[in-house]
Design a protein around this ligand. Structure first.
Ligand code: FAD
Length: 405
């Protein structure tokens, strides 16, 4: 009799979530076929922050070493008031942070994170990667799935994971809830060689300058060779879109009320890329039969907790655990997986919106924010992060075993 592990799983989308899912399945001996619409498996974009919660997943995937070789481990998370230029709060990320959360806080270039996942996938005999194939249709045949691409190619497998991001085709098949919400927040991002970053700002910290309906973030990347800058402001001028070149005049206009150091930093950047931010409200049911979703396809969120990629990697590890626990009964495993995940990912989606309000507060709300954060001790701050950065025992047996040893 054939083993259920002989049949491949189809993964639509070769971004961070899709590659993490392929790797998590391969580590359990389950083969997969990843199908990516772009001509190459590649990430562009800028920096990504990784909380200690994601390092539990890297441990389960055997990736701590290659990730650590490319990451920067900052000294502090700092919030500055971008109008007064005063520090609001700082959370040291040294020994007591690492002791509490067992893992560090890291900053990495998105392309480096993707490259580490891709290289690990390429080393596995159980993972096949096809680019230049856009999935347009899926048939659930009851005991498997057949996937059709725009170019007329067909793939079959035991089950399907939609890891196809914010504008997911697979979500429309499973959930059918139309387009995501346009948040009315615009992000401009740039990556600079460290030599071009004004010397007084070359801090080895994750720094957020909170303003009124605006904020600016900067942090070092790629072991300190680069700096990542992210500027966010409210605007209803844009409907939707992704990764286009922005209009710096509007950026400078929106940041006109910020202090001189912030404006100096903004003036340094010549070529910004622009994102129109979108999310969705949380849902609890993103699986149907042999089809499920991971990452932004399942729970797209605003970036303000810096957890979208982290949640997609957590999804991947949890999903593989459930497939094995259910002995290859994919419909049951997918229900168990979404049951284990929806409250956590929903909380991150909701709290990301709340943090956005916090970063962009004005008037009394801003005074209250500065007072509340300014009077916190680092211990208070870390206690407030426990739900997010602490170990999630229900996510994966592998990390629990590592913790016990
Ligand atoms: C400004 C900004 C800052 C962020 N900062 C952070 C951060 O600091 N930390 C963090 O953890 N997260 C962060 N995120 C979130 C993070 O980038 C996303 O949550 C993450 O990339 C989602 O990964 P994914 O694999 O689910 O989707 P994606 O990265 O969107 O990948 C989807 C893939 O599917 C492919 N695809 C789509 N449709 C099809 C199809 N029909 N057929 C075949 N292939 C298809 C796409 O080409 C793509 O390669 C940030 C996001 C933004 C916008």
């Amino acid at each position: 009799m054939s083993n259920w592990k002989d049949r491949q799983v189809i993964i639509v989308g070769g971004g961070i979530g899709g590659l993490a899912a392929a790797l998590a399945l391969a580590r359990k001996g389950i083969p997969s076929q990843v199908i990516e619409q772009a001509p190459e498996f590649k990430e562009i974009g800028a920096g990504i922050q990784l909380g200690p919660n994601v390092f539990w997943m890297f441990e389960a995937l055997g990736l701590i070493e290659p990730i650590s070789a490319l990451a920067v481990f900052p000294n502090n998370l700092i919030m500055m008031d971008s109008v007064t230029g005063q520090e609001v709060t700082r959370i040291p990320l040294g020994d007591s942070f690492r002791k509490k959360f067992h893992h560090p806080y890291a900053l990495i270039h998105r392309a480096d994170l993707h490259k580490v996942l891709l290289e690990a996938c390429r080393k596995s005999d159980l993972i096949r990667l096809d680019a230049s194939q856009k999935v347009v249709k899926v048939d659930d045949t009851g005991d498997g799935v057949i996937v059709h691409t725009e170019s007329g190619k067909e793939y079959s497998g035991a089950a399907l994971i939609g890891a196809d991001g914010l504008w997911s085709t697979i979500r429309q098949i499973v959930v059918g809830d139309g387009k995501p919400n346009v948040a009315g927040h615009i992000t401009y991002r740039a990556v600079l060689p460290t030599s071009e970053m004004p010397e007084q700002f070359r801090w080895r910290d994750m720094v957020l300058w909170a303003g009124e309906k605006v904020h600016l973030v900067h942090y070092p990347l790629r072991t300190g060779e680069l700096f990542n800058l992210v500027a966010v402001f409210h605007s209803n001028r844009y409907e939707e879109g992704w990764d286009s070149y922005g209009d710096p005049a509007e950026l400078h206009e929106r940041f006109a009320k910020t202090c001189e150091p912030v404006r100096t930093l903004l003036n340094k950047i010549e070529s910004w890329r622009m994102w129109v931010l979108c999310d969705r409200p949380p849902i609890k049911d993103w699986s149907r039969g042999r089809i499920t979703l991971v990452g932004d396809a399942a729970h797209p969120m605003l970036q303000y907790l810096a957890q979208g990629a982290g949640m997609s990697i957590e999804d991947a590890v949890c999903l593989a655990e459930k497939v094995v626990a259910m002995n290859g009964d994919y419909p049951a495993a997918f229900l168990a997986y979404q049951q284990a995940r929806y409250l956590r990912t929903g909380r991150v989606q909701i709290m990301a919106r709340v943090y956005g309000e916090f970063y962009h507060a004005a008037g009394v709300a801003k005074e209250l924010r500065n007072m509340m954060l300014g009077t916190r001790t680092p211990e208070d701050a870390m206690a407030g992060m426990e739900w997010l950065y602490g170990r999630q025992p229900e996510l994966m047996a592998g990390a629990a075993a590592a913790m016990a040893s």
